[in-house]
Design a protein around this ligand. Structure first.
Ligand code: SF4
Length: 434
């Protein structure tokens, strides 16, 4: 008898894409998708922890499955995966796994998403639009965000593997691809210098940047006499960074050095990847989620400007318009720098529309700080915003260092103010829903 499965997915597009790979793995083992959860032998719950509400929905669902007589089937297995399991496997104290086991005693298996891999073609229901993950995890540690703890450090998929998946989508008749990464525009940094060197690069900063043999524009400079300057002794002499990186087609490219606040941040391959995907015949629209303002290099802007296949809708999370709040959030830009980036993008790319993420009521957010966000919103001209009321998350720096002390009532008021400013006036815009 064939065993059936049903997947419930919470959270973002990355989770949706992970669920497509889970389905492929299960089908490779001879399982078949059930039409309804009630008819399945296995229910897989792909969890999200971005906010407490999302986590509570998982507890509610498992509870409902096991306590509700109508829902209960004798032999149905419950498998938990996604962010909650990611957090459990990364929490070295073991406390979170213990808590999960205690709160969810009826879960039969905890499946870390890393165990699913990319061995099978994802099972997609959409026949036109394919989600293609290019990286997983994040190195940024914004103080409010649980992602570095649930998904771990950023790991890029091999360049040729991503390209191959896009070619395959084109062959199957897909017209649109969305490239996914928690910090999609830093794609490839780990491929270029090795995951262990990323932090070293970031710590070296300006001195290394000024003495690097590759300038920000990608043009080689004279190699410095010595790699040692002003006491910097650990400059990574990585061949791929210094001599160039060999793409699958044999072309040697200089990784794009993303400079931020006069510091070398990372060497990325994202602009090359984006441009190579645009060359695939059959793919008509390419977009990407989510990019970070501080990794939006000039080279990336140029690639978008000269490739009409790249969507003219860019998602660029700002989170707050207050420089003090941005500092507390460990976001590496000011409101002024963010607005300058938008201006630059709009001046180079015609018909550009920008959507964003904003958190209201972050720890200690004063009325004045919120008004600074209102000011930024008025100047930025977003066509859409995902507005969230701050939710304290375990393990994060904000959870440890700050107080979640903005009353719920105030958070709600601020949420509504921004909704009225950004989303409500644009609801009738045909682009709004896409
Ligand atoms: S960059 Fe995004 S995913 Fe990474 S820590 Fe910040 S908010 Fe989270």
């Amino acid at each position: 008898m064939t065993t059936s499965y049903y997947i419930v997915t919470f959270g973002c597009a990355q989770n949706v894409s992970d669920s497509q790979r889970i389905a492929a793995m299960l089908e490779s083992r001879g399982m078949k998708a059930a039409k309804k959860l009630q008819d399945s032998d296995h229910v897989i719950i792909n969890t999200c922890m971005i906010r407490e509400k999302a986590e509570n929905r998982v507890y509610g669902l498992v509870n409902n499955l096991t306590k509700n007589k109508e829902q209960r089937t004798k032999n149905r297995k419950i498998i938990l995966t996604g962010c909650m399991v990611g957090m459990a496997v990364r929490d070295k104290t073991g406390k979170f796994l213990k808590l999960l086991r205690k709160r969810l005693p009826d879960v039969d298996e905890f499946l870390p998403i890393e165990e699913v891999g990319f061995d099978h073609d994802p099972i997609r229901t959409d026949r036109i639009h394919g989600l293609v993950p290019v990286s997983n995890g994040c190195n940024n540690f914004c103080t409010f965000c649980v992602v570095p703890f649930t998904r771990g450090r950023e790991i890029s998929r091999p360049y040729d593997e991503v390209l191959h998946e896009c070619w395959e989508l084109a062959r199957l008749g897909y017209k649109k691809v969305t490239l996914l990464g928690m910090n999609v525009n830093s794609y490839g940094a780990d491929l270029v210098v090795g995951a262990e060197n990323i932090q070293v690069l970031r710590d070296i900063g300006k001195t290394y940047f000024l003495n690097s043999s590759i300038s920000h524009s990608g043009k080689p400079k004279a190699r410095p006499e010595s790699k040692v300057d002003s006491g910097v002794t650990d400059v990574p002499q990585n061949d791929k960074l210094m001599k160039g990186y060999k793409l699958p087609n044999g072309r040697i490219v200089k990784p794009i050095l993303v400079k931020h606040l006069n510091r070398l941040r990372i060497p990325t391959l994202f602009p090359y990847l984006l441009e190579d995907i645009c060359k695939i015949t059959g793919i008509e629209i390419v977009d990407f989620l989510s990019s970070n303002p501080w990794d939006f290099s000039d080279e990336l802007i140029e690639v978008i400007a000269r490739n009409p296949k790249i969507s003219r809708k860019i998602h660029l999370p700002v989170q707050s318009g207050s420089n003090n709040v941005l500092k507390r959030m460990n976001r590496w830009y000011t409101a002024e720098q963010y607005l300058a980036l938008i201006l630059k993008l709009k001046s180079k790319i015609s018909k550009l529309r920008i959507s964003t993420d904003i958190i209201v009521g972050f720890c200690e957010e004063s009325e004045k700080e919120f008004q600074e966000t209102v000011d930024l919103v008025k100047r930025a001209g977003f066509y859409k915003a995902y507005i969230a009321m701050y939710s304290d998350r375990p393990m994060t720096a904000a959870h440890k260092a700050f107080k979640d002390n903005v009353e719920h009532k105030i958070k709600k008021e601020r949420f509504e103010i921004l909704e009225k400013l950004i989303n409500i006036p644009n609801l009738k815009d045909p682009e709004f829903k896409n």
